[in-house]
Design a protein around this ligand. Structure first.
Ligand SMILES: [Zn+2]
Length: 412
C-alpha cells in the first residue's frame, strides 16, 4: 500500500488525522491513528515541498497543499499563509470532526455511569453505536480506493474510549467475560450499562430424602444472593434427578448463574458462607467458569455414567435366582423408552451397563444399577406402562415399584 494514495484520497475528501490514520492502520505500529494521520500529512507536505524546490510552484502542487490545509493540517495552513493564501480547514468528511474531540467527555460519562451502578466492576467491555451515515462514508472511501489496511471507526472509538475509562476508574478493559458491558450511543451521548453475570461451576449433593408433601428442594440460593449482593441466581443442572431422589457420592454437576452481582468475592471467600446451613443441597468443588461452560455441561449429560441405588417393593417374592438372571440379562443392555406426544413418537435409547440386587425382605429388594445418564430410572424399574423396554418389572413378569432412589455416583 502506497502512501501516495493518501494524497489521492485527500484531494477528494478532507479527512481529520484520526480518519486518515485509520485507513493506514497497518503501517507504523505503536502509533495511534491520530499520530499516524498527522505523520502522513507531514510526509505528504515534505514531498510536495521537495518538488516545489526542484520544479517550482505549479497549480497542481499548490492545490495539493490546499487539500492538506483543508484537512486541518497546520503546517500546510502556515505554508500557504507565507504565500499570502488563507485557507481555513473544513470538517472531516467521515466523522464531521464531532467524534474524536469528544472522547474525553464521553469517557467521563461512561465512567460516571459505571460508578453510579454502585457495584464492583474490575473489567468492562465497550461498544459504540455510530451513525450509519458515518459508517457508510468510511466504507465508501475504503472501497473507492481499494484499501485493505483500514481499521473501522468503531474499533478506534471503542479502544480510545476504553483506554480513557480504564485510566479514570483503574479498571481493565477486556473483551472476554468482563464484569460489565457498556454501550455508548455517540449520536445522543447516552450510555447503557449492563452488569454481567458470574458463572460458578459446582457439584451438588442432595442429602435429604424428600417425604410426601415436601416437594421443594431447598438450595442455598438466599445465601448466594446475599454473598454476591445479586439480584437472582439461575441454576443450570447437568441432567435431572428423579423426583425425591437423594444425590450422594461425588454429586451432580451444576452451574450457578449469578445475575447482577454487586460484589465479586473470590470463591475461597464464598465457601465458608455456604457451610453449616440447613439446606437440602450441599455445594462443593466451586470454581469460576465462562458462560460457554453451560452448553458444554448440557452436551455431556447423556454420556454421564450414573450409579443408582433403588429400594423397590415387588408384587411377588423375589428369589436369589431372579436376581441372578436380572444380573446376567442386564449386562450392557440397551433400553428403549418410547415417548408419545399426540401422533409423534420419540424413542430414547439408553444403556444399562450393570445391575445387581439383594433381597432385603419378603417383597423388598435393593438394586444397584450402573447406567447411562439419560436412562429414565423409575420407568426402567416399573416398566413405564409398557413404554420402557426391557424393564425390571417386565423381565420379572410382575409389578415392581421403586420407593427410594439414591444416586451414588455420577461420572461425567
Ligand atoms: Zn474524521
Amino acid at each position: 500500500m502506497s502512501l501516495e494514495r493518501a494524497m489521492d484520497i485527500l484531494r477528494k475528501y478532507p479527512l481529520c488525522n484520526h480518519c486518515l490514520g485509520r485507513l493506514f492502520a497497518r503501517l507504523g505500529t505503536g502509533l495511534s491513528n491520530e499520530e499516524r494521520g498527522k505523520a502522513i500529512k507531514d510526509y505528504l507536505l515534505m514531498m510536495i515541498h521537495e518538488r516545489i524546490i526542484s520544479e517550482g510552484l505549479s497549480d497542481e502542487l499548490l492545490s495539493d497543499v490546499k487539500a492538506l490545509a483543508l484537512s486541518g493540517h497546520e503546517p500546510s495552513i502556515k505554508f500557504l499563509k507565507n504565500l499570502g493564501i488563507e485557507v481555513s480547514p473544513i470538517t472531516c468528511y467521515v466523522c464531521n470532526d464531532n467524534i474524536f474531540n469528544r472522547l474525553d467527555e464521553w469517557a467521563k460519562t461512561i465512567a460516571d455511569s459505571l460508578r453510579s451502578l454502585g457495584v464492583e466492576v474490575r473489567s468492562f467491555r465497550l461498544g459504540s453505536k455510530v451513525p450509519i451515515e458515518v459508517l457508510k462514508r468510511e466504507l465508501g472511501i475504503t472501497t473507492e480506493f481499494n484499501i485493505s489496511s483500514a481499521e473501522s471507526i468503531k474499533r478506534e472509538l471503542n479502544r480510545e474510549l476504553g483506554k480513557r475509562v480504564s485510566s479514570i476508574l483503574s479498571v481493565s478493559f477486556s473483551r472476554e467475560e468482563p464484569d460489565a458491558e457498556v454501550v455508548i450511543n455517540i449520536t445522543t451521548g447516552s450510555v447503557e450499562v449492563q452488569v454481567m453475570p458470574i458463572y460458578i461451576s459446582a457439584r451438588y449433593r442432595k442429602i435429604h430424602r424428600l417425604v410426601n408433601g415436601r416437594g421443594q428442594v431447598r438450595w442455598p440460593i438466599d445465601s448466594i444472593i446475599q454473598v454476591f449482593g445479586a439480584q437472582d441466581v439461575v441454576i443450570h443442572v447437568g441432567g435431572e434427578d428423579p423426583f425425591g431422589a437423594r444425590v450422594l457420592g461425588n454429586g451432580r454437576p451444576t452451574i450457578l448463574q449469578i445475575i447482577k452481582p454487586s460484589r465479586r468475592p473470590s470463591i475461597d471467600d464464598v465457601y465458608p458462607l455456604l457451610k453449616g446451613l440447613n439446606y437440602d443441597v450441599i455445594l462443593s468443588d466451586l470454581s469460576r467458569v465462562k458462560s460457554s461452560a453451560i452448553v458444554r455441561m448440557k452436551a455431556r449429560v447423556r454420556d454421564y455414567v450414573i450409579t443408582y441405588r433403588v429400594l423397590a417393593i415387588t408384587d411377588n417374592s423375589v428369589t436369589d435366582g431372579n436376581i441372578k438372571s436380572l444380573h446376567d440379562y442386564f449386562r450392557n443392555r440397551q433400553v428403549v423408552q418410547v415417548f408419545r406426544r399426540g401422533r409423534r413418537v420419540k424413542r430414547r435409547v439408553s444403556m444399562v451397563y450393570e445391575l445387581d440386587g439383594k433381597v432385603i425382605g419378603d417383597r423388598l429388594v435393593e438394586f444397584l444399577i450402573r447406567c447411562q445418564g439419560n436412562l429414565y430410572i423409575r420407568g426402567f424399574i416399573h416398566g413405564g406402562f409398557g413404554d420402557v423396554e426391557p424393564s425390571i418389572a417386565g423381565t420379572l413378569g410382575f409389578g415392581v415399584r421403586p420407593v427410594e432412589i439414591d444416586i451414588l455416583n455420577i461420572s461425567d
